[in-house]
Design a protein. Structure first.
Length: 95
């Protein structure tokens, strides 16, 4: 499993950011390898968007698709993928 953790400082407040994710999430399901999206709110009010994918390649398919830009206000992958904002993990579920 491949995980992207995006720390978000939401313009216009957290509720606006959360609404954006609620609107975008259903369209993300069309991408092969998309496993899910979670939004975590820290005690300080900061948000983290956690997206889960079967592989890095599956995430890359979304990141290079025009839908990614529309989900991010027209921003390209390079504009929204600053190293301080997104951290990637390879993950294993142990049951």
């Amino acid at each position: 499993m491949f995980i992207a953790v995006n720390t978000i400082a939401g313009p216009g407040g957290n509720e606006r950011v959360l609404q954006g994710f609620r609107h975008a999430a259903p369209a993300m399901k069309q991408f092969k390898g998309f496993l899910g999206l979670e939004i975590w709110t820290a005690p300080d009010g900061s948000l983290q968007a956690i997206s889960r994918w079967t592989s890095k390649e599956a995430l890359d398919e979304y990141l290079t698709n025009p839908l990614f830009g529309s989900h991010h206000g027209g921003a390209s992958r390079e504009q929204t993928n600053a190293p301080a904002q997104v951290i990637y993990y390879n993950a294993e579920v142990i049951e």
